[in-house]
Design a protein around this ligand. Structure first.
Ligand code: ADP
Length: 485
């Protein structure tokens, strides 16, 4: 039992449909839209017919009030479990719904009519709440109805209420649910992906076998407890909720680790790429200087290449060193009163020496800013980084401003450019480690994605805060505030 349906919620659930041409003639004759797999139609129709029959039989047999209350309780539990599926490591199709435990339990405790009704309502209501397309709702609901009906029919084959009979009934009910579910679903997946049915079937079975076994044993516990007293069965809620919460937590941690691993691999690729270019330039320039008689102009230009490229290398190495210092917690800043205007002036003076000729940098302060309590070297480092970025992303003729002003008890530094800007959804993420925008968006400008992360860490360690205001194609304002001395 893997809780398989068309959805993102359970293993083997159908998400997208792109049926192949061999059935195009039949599709046209039946007037079925392109995005609806033909194999879903009989499942939807048979499921609907079984649901109507089950409701009719349930109503006409006049169920006892205890059966109605019990079924409602199981429906409530199934709905909750379906609405909050659990991600299970190793199961390919998204998250696993534990609703099957209650549907199979219903099949054994009350019979196929109740199970089919609860199966249909569980899936139908949750899918409706998610506003899925109609064809997906009808297929998934049909699938659950048929699987639940099969579970009830299988359980009915076992007579008696001994412990062994209950366990056997649950095992075969659970197996029937699983078989119907996986078989019908594999048919639809085989059609949409145009892969052989048995290959799809084998893969679905393999990836959902473990959750099936776990849910079978949970269903058996539910049935046995229910047999003693439905009230005692409520005790199952505690461990189930705990399993669900624990699985969700473990899964999200694993996802985060995978993301970090991916970023690290990407980072290694970026750093090797970023190292290769300046090393090649420095090597080439030095070789030329050594081997040839050159006029002064050519010599100067090669020396300038060596200077810029080795500065780039030094910056890269420095960034990696800082990132690893933050990782190991080995950063020690020396906070002391320092003069913000003087610091900014020095940084701007140095930046102007290598500024592309069409760009300009200006420094302004509304009133003489008070001293800040900070590490002057680190304030310089942050300003250099923000100015470097402003230069990198400015258009020709762009104006860059550095403004310093008082802000409540703090002093605010702003680096303002007229560059390409940053889309709103990326504005918080660019401060994350290794995060860079799509290289095409940033005009293929290089970088490790560490600069702003380092700025943010340094500003935080100086008890300040940093953020960005930006409009795409208009420019960005990077702001950081530091406390007054
Ligand atoms: P790097 O060290 O690679 O420059 P940063 O952490 O400094 O990385 O910046 C991360 C990303 O933020 C950059 O790749 C760029 O896309 C974006 N970015 C930073 N500063 C600016 C800016 N002034 N204008 C536009 N985009 C920027």
């Amino acid at each position: 039992m893997g809780g398989s349906t068309i959805s993102g919620g359970t293993p083997g659930v159908l998400k997208h449909a792109a049926p192949g041409p061999p059935l195009a003639g039949l599709r046209a004759r039946l007037g079925v839209p392109e995005n609806v797999p033909l194999a879903t139609l009989p499942v939807s129709a048979a499921g609907a017919a079984l649901f109507v029959t089950a409701v009719y039989l349930f109503a006409s047999t006049g169920p006892s009030s205890s059966a109605i209350v019990g079924s409602l309780a199981l429906l409530g539990a199934a709905l909750l479990a379906e609405a909050f599926p659990v991600p299970i490591e190793g199961v390919a199709a998204g998250r696993t719904s534990l609703a099957n435990i209650f549907i199979v339990g219903t099949a054994v405790i009350y019979g196929w009519t109740e199970a089919a009704i609860i199966g249909a309502l569980t899936m139908g209501l949750v899918e409706l709440a998610h506003r899925r397309p109609v064809s997906r709702i009808t297929f998934n609901t049909g699938l659950y109805t048929l699987a639940a009906g099969a579970a009830g029919a299988a359980a009915a084959a076992i007579e008696g209420t001994s412990l062994a009979a209950l366990l056997l009934a649950t095992a075969i009910a659970s197996a029937a649910f699983y078989l119907v579910d996986i078989t019908l679903l594999s048919g639809v997946i085989a059609e949409t992906t145009r892969r052989p049915f048995f290959r799809v079937y084998a893969r679905s079975t393999y990836s959902t076998a473990a959750p099936f076994a776990i849910m079978t044993s949970l269903a058996a516990i539910l049935v046995v407890l229910w047999d003693r007293s439905p009230y005692i069965a409520v005790a199952l809620a505690g461990p189930l909720v705990a399993i669900a919460l624990y699985e969700r937590r473990v899964f999200s941690i694993l996802e985060r680790l995978r993301e970090l691993d991916r970023l690290k691999n990407e980072f290694i690729a970026i750093v090797s790429h970023e190292l290769r270019t300046p090393v090649a330039s420095v090597y080439g320039a030095t070789m030329t200087l050594q081997q040839r008689e050159l006029d002064e102009k050519r010599r100067d230009s090669l020396l300038s290449v060596i200077f810029t490229e080795s500065a780039r290398l030094a910056r890269l190495v420095e960034q990696v060193v800082w990132a690893s210092r933050f990782d190991s917690g080995h950063t020690r800043l020396h906070l002391e009163p320092c003069e913000p205007f003087g610091l900014a002036e020095e940084v701007i003076k140095a930046a102007r020496l290598h500024l592309p000729p069409t760009l300009s940098i200006e420094l302004s302060a509304s009133a003489p800013p008070p001293p800040v309590l900070a590490d002057p070297e680190r304030v310089r480092q942050v300003l250099v980084n923000l100015l470097d970025n402003a230069v990198k992303f400015s258009p020709e003729g762009g104006r860059i401003q550095v403004a310093i002003e008082r802000a409540d008890g703090d002093v605010r530094f702003a680096v303002i450019d007229e560059g390409i800007g940053i889309p709103p959804r990326e504005q918080a993420r660019i401060f994350e480690k290794f995060h860079r925008l799509d290289p095409n968006l940033t005009r293929g400008v290089g970088g490790t994605g560490l600069g702003l992360y380092i700025c943010q860490e340094l500003v935080h360690q100086m008890n300040g805060r940093i953020w960005v205001d930006s409009r795409e194609n208009e420019g960005s304002t990077f702001v950081f505030e530091l406390p007054r001395a």
